[in-house]
Write a protein that binds this ligand. Structure first.
Ligand code: LLP
Length: 430
């Protein structure tokens, strides 16, 4: 079990940000997403420093799809980060948080007319254009609002990243972006240059998620700078910015061997310098879009154990009060997590059990076979590193209300997203 950031063990109990697990659950209920705020801040600071945001004007755009609340928008703004959004809803969250919208990148392979309109009206910094239909739509809407909209073109560089198949997005056969086949990319560039209300500022790629190797990023740098060079040669247009996406891997269990933030950043920066020199082009302003690696290890979910069923000679099921509604990743991807009983965390792990969620679905199992501290009814189960794609992929399946999110720091806890009430659960129904 790996403890991150401001996690510590005191008198056989897990504390996060100086607050005990039992206090958190008794004050805020369970399931509860707990985010270690100083760890979030430190991670942002590391990226800002290691990607040379100050010296080279580079940008780290936090990928909001991993976890987005208004409090998170404010936190990343305070750390000098940009924000990547993928829907009108994420954009609206940033807007309501007072996040400066010129620091927003708007992604998505099918942005609706109303989403594009909202983005243009609010003054989104960069539209990452995914296809020709979007480009035409965007040009018309920008014209209507008398804007010249900055865009990046999303390209699929055809890099194979070693990751879970469902979340691989860099290959050529992808719903995202322009593929490097035939004249596709050059046609997109030419259309962008012909569009009066569009300003082609950059290229973008994203090669996958939960990637541990550095090589795929270096390969992507090589391919993308090659595109910048060919575009210059063929059209005379200089592309001054390059966005290399996110995907930096994190530790969920001991099977995962991620690199340090600094290693990913330094290798990318060095490779860019090397290739720019080789191709004799100017170094573009660079962006990366980490999501998981900013929030993943900062989050812990706390559950209350409510039922323990032993099937003799088969298995013991320990059921908690959340499940695939607050964390779909085990059921969807077979994702693995470390976990422990928070209120007896230094006890021996000699109980061999399965941990089950409460949803009416036999696949709602966190883990089939794990050794943990001997569980009792009312104990608190902590599942670690749930900060990314837990809350943001949560659902109301079985009409379970959404769990609350608290930020903890220096012994204080504050709610940043309230637990949904039954009334709120029915708020949309007529
Ligand atoms: N930029 C773009 C364009 C992306 O599509 C993504 C993730 C990111 C940045 C951030 O990637 P990250 O640094 O978080 O790996 N639901 C899946 C992950 C899907 C990732 C989709 N795109 C999961 O729970 O593992």
């Amino acid at each position: 079990m790996k403890l991150f950031g401001a996690m510590e063990i005191k008198e056989n109990e897990l504390f996060i940000g100086g607050v005990s697990s039992t206090e958190l659950v008794s004050r805020f209920g369970s399931p509860l997403y707990v985010m270690d705020e100083s760890f979030l801040i430190d991670t942002c600071k590391n990226y800002y420093r290691d990607f040379k945001c100050l010296e080279n004007n580079n940008r780290v755009a936090y990928a909001g799809k991993a976890f987005l609340t208004k409090a998170m928008c404010r936190l990343i703004y305070e750390q000098g980060l940009y924000l990547d959004v993928v829907s009108g809803g994420e954009l609206y969250t940033a807007y309501k948080a007072g996040f400066p919208l010129d620091k927003v990148y708007f992604h998505g392979n099918n942005k609706s007319v109303s989403e594009v309109e909202l983005g243009v009206k609010l003054g989104v910094g960069v539209f990452v254009v995914d296809n020709l239909d979007e480009m035409k739509r965007l040009n018309e809407i920008a014209k209507k609002y008398n804007r010249k909209q900055n865009i990046y073109l999303r390209l699929t560089p055809g890099i194979e990243a070693h990751t879970h198949e469902y979340i691989k997005t860099g290959q050529i056969d992808s719903k995202f972006g322009f593929a490097p086949v035939g004249e596709t990319i050059m046609d997109a560039v030419k259309l962008a240059l012909d569009c009066e209300n569009i300003n082609l500022r950059g290229l973008h790629c994203h090669i996958g998620s939960q990637i541990f190797e550095i090589q795929p990023y270096e390969d992507a740098v090589e391919v993308m700078l090659g595109f910048i060079k060919s575009i210059k040669e063929e059209t005379g247009h200089t592309i001054p910015e390059l966005d290399l996406g996110g995907g930096f891997g994190i530790h969920y269990t001991d099977e995962d061997k991620p690199k340090e933030t600094r290693d990913y950043c330094t290798s990318i920066l060095n490779k860019v310098d090397e290739v720019c020199e080789k191709l004799n082009i100017e170094r573009p302003i660079l962006t990366i879009e980490p999501g998981r690696s900013i929030v993943g290890n900062a989050g812990t979910t706390l559950y209350t154990i409510g039922a323990i069923k032993e099937i003799e000679g088969v298995r013991t099921y320990v059921s908690v009060d959340g499940g695939m509604t607050d964390n779909i990743r085990p059921a969807l991807y077979g994702a693995k997590y470390e976990m422990a009983i928070a209120n007896k965390i230094t006890d021996k792990c000699n109980a061999r059990v399965a941990i089950a969620g409460k949803c009416c679905e036999s696949g709602d199992i966190f883990v089939n076979d794990i050794c943990i501290q001997k569980p009792d009814i009312g104990d608190i189960l902590a599942v670690f590193s749930t900060g990314a794609y837990g809350f943001s992929m949560s659902s109301n399946y079985n009409k379970n209300p959404k769990a609350a999110v608290v930020f903890v720091k220096d012994g204080l806890a504050r709610v940043v997203s309230k637990r949904q009430s039954y009334e709120e659960l029915l708020a949309l129904e007529v």
